[in-house]
Design a protein around this ligand. Structure first.
Ligand code: ARG
Length: 598
């Protein structure tokens, strides 16, 4: 039974007939006050006009004899400070240890959701600005899947619009035969820049020609459609190359064009419902009453826009999947757009929960990212740089270890236990793979460790720091615990390369304060995953993992393991193994690999 349920039952026993549905037990804010606390005696006392300390005393009385708690104290105006018994803690640890995915509750079983993320515009290379939507979206996707949701990850590509007239004209007249034959996204990007520049010429001839190509495309001209299709296929091929590096997978790639045929009907319905009205030749929905301004749903030239396409898209998703909710991950500058069309969708009668997860701006090494600054780094280059830098670290470390230096993690006064030299095990990944795991992991974690809404600065030093709140720090912590467990079992992992640390025989036996703090923290893992999902913030999970690694480090430094007597040794190793499992499961949800050997 959950602690909250146990304490709730005590409230019910003390005050029969009252409703205690909201009673919650939370981790103590300070270990001085015990392990957990409950503030509901105060709340109830207020409602019942009773003395809160008396309420607390009655509940404490009802909890007496319960072997879950070793101590129940009433503090201040009626807080309940709860200290759990060793027996309860040990049995909870072993339950967690035996559960698949470290006990993540399957809250989403039978529920479908759509997540719309990454969604770059076609015919352009992905750049540093695309990291956030991709990485945050992917983590939210993984977190929801882990909770048992049936997730449809959709890449809502920007694959339609005026740029295709410019591209088609440019492709036919500005690219060389060779460029046309070996068409790449880089060539398309170049073609767009050249053609767009010509479209600015004063006589307007090129611009009109581009426009004519666009109209032909929109009317279904076979040649133009075939070219457009080719541009999209090439773009998706290139995006997929990035996604493969980042471990991102989509179920569908439905770009804006997918909804072309649905848009007229949506606009007609808006008119029918009296929601959309003519204004200066355009068709608009007035949202002034909600202080959301006016949203155009059909431009004065008869064309549709981003709002129309998102309304058509929600109609399609609801009809096809009937999802419980749809999550959109885009930069915060699109907040008004989402507020506007969420409001229109509600007026149209859509009841599906629509969630916008906005994220802040990213700067690079202290400078704003902009084309003019010349630091609009291609995602491909950024990842290559991450790999290069990680490789240097890996090789540096291998060289220094060869000279007999200690491992950098965790800092420890005495000789570290369980240090395995690189190359000892046949499952040591090649340096290249390792450099990708560390480099890409560092890039992802540097983003995911921040609340999405905050503006962040990407710094190589911070991202790749071996100490502090970084991806590599957590990956080292994991490799380190694997190596300790291998040493304890008298060898390596046998080359199995299994993603999980070795299981350990024996029983949990929490005794010291450092063990207890780590144990209590490990029990919070399922809750941290739930909180991260509820808040749409992978950072909640990242914070949890970092704190857990710090508690592990304190435990590790204060508690001899391999040299302890057998029961203590086994119990501590079990705690290490559970820590390893939690860490690798958690990092996996953030899309970060956990190599066993570094
Ligand atoms: N393509 C858009 C962009 O680059 C993002 C699309 C987000 N998804 C959506 N359904 N509006 O900003």
């Amino acid at each position: 039974m959950e602690l909250s349920d146990i304490v709730k039952a005590a409230f019910e026993e003390a005050y029969p007939g009252e409703d205690f549905g909201g009673v919650r037990v939370l981790p103590a804010t300070d270990p001085k006050f015990g392990d957990y606390q409950c503030n509901d005696a105060l709340k109830f006392a207020k409602k019942a006009h009773a003395n809160p300390r008396e309420v607390g005393a009655k509940v404490a009385e009802a909890l007496k004899g319960n072997d879950v708690f070793e101590k129940v104290e009433i503090a201040g105006p009626g807080f309940l400070n709860l200290t759990v018994s060793g027996g309860w803690l040990n049995s909870r640890l072993s339950t967690l240890d035996s559960k698949p995915s470290c006990g993540i509750p399957q809250k989403g079983a039978g529920k479908k959701i759509v997540i719309d993320y990454s969604s770059p515009n076609a015919a352009k290379q992905m750049h540093i600005g695309h990291i956030r939507s991709t990485v945050i979206g992917c983590a939210i996707d993984r977190i929801f899947r882990s909770l048992g949701y049936d997730v449809i990850a959709d890449n809502h590509l920007g694959d339609w619009g005026t740029q295709f007239g410019i591209l088609i004209k440019g492709y036919r007249e500005l690219l060389t035969d060779e460029e046309r034959e070996n068409l790449t996204v880089a060539n398309l990007e170049k073609c767009y820049v050249l053609s767009a520049a010509k479209a600015k010429e004063e006589d307007g001839v090129w611009k009109d020609a581009c426009r004519a190509e666009l109209v032909k495309l929109q009317q279904g001209d076979k040649d133009n459609l075939a070219l457009w299709k080719r541009f999209i296929d090439i773009s998706i091929g290139e995006f997929d190359r990035m996604y493969a590096k980042l471990g991102v997978k989509f179920d569908t790639y439905r770009g804006e064009s997918y909804y072309n045929d649905t848009m007229p009907g949506v606009v007609a319905k808006l008119q029918e419902m009296g929601l959309a009205v003519e204004s200066e030749g355009a068709l608009v929905v007035n949202l002034e009453a909600e202080k959301l301004g006016v949203a155009i749903v059909r431009k004065s030239d008869g064309g549709y826009n981003y709002t129309t396409s998102d309304l058509a898209c929600v109609k399609t998703r609801v009809e096809e999947y009937d999802p419980e909710r749809i999550i959109y991950v885009t930069d915060a500058r699109q907040q008004l757009h989402f507020k506007q069309w969420f409001s229109i969708a509600a007026k149209m009668g859509y009841t599906t929960k629509l969630v916008h997860v906005p994220f802040g701006l990213m700067s690079y090494q202290g400078k704003a990212i902009s084309t003019r600054e010349g630091n609009l780094i291609k995602l491909d280059e950024l990842l290559a740089e991450a790999k290069r830098r990680a490789l240097a670290i890996v090789q540096d470390r291998a060289a220094s270890m060869g000279k007999g230096a200690g491992m950098p993690y965790p800092p420890r006064a005495s000789e570290p236990e369980g240090a395995t030299r690189r190359g000892e095990s046949p499952s040591v990944p090649a340096d290249e793979t390792l450099a990708e795991q560390i480099g890409y992991g560092a890039v992802k974690y540097s983003d995911l460790s921040h609340d999405p809404i905050t503006d962040i600065d990407f710094s190589w030093d911070k991202a790749l720091a071996l100490e502090g709140n970084s991806g590599p720090y957590l990956q080292y912590a994991y490799a380190r615990v694997c190596s300790l467990l291998e040493k304890a079992s008298g060898g390596t992992d046998g080359g199995s390369g299994a993603p999980e640390p070795l299981p350990v025989d024996g029983s949990f036996l929490v005794a010291t304060p450092a063990e207890k703090r780590l144990a209590l923290q490990l029990l919070e893992f399922p809750g941290a995953v739930v909180r991260a999902a509820e808040a749409y913030k992978p950072s909640v999970l990242a914070d949890y993992l970092f704190q857990t690694a710090q508690l592990y480090s304190s435990f590790y430094q204060s508690s001899p393991i391999l040299k302890s007597e057998p029961t203590v040794r086994a119990a501590r190793l079990k705690l290490c193994s559970l820590f390893g499992k939690v860490l690798s499961t958690g990092l996996g949800l953030l899309g970060i690999d956990t190599p066993r050997h570094i």
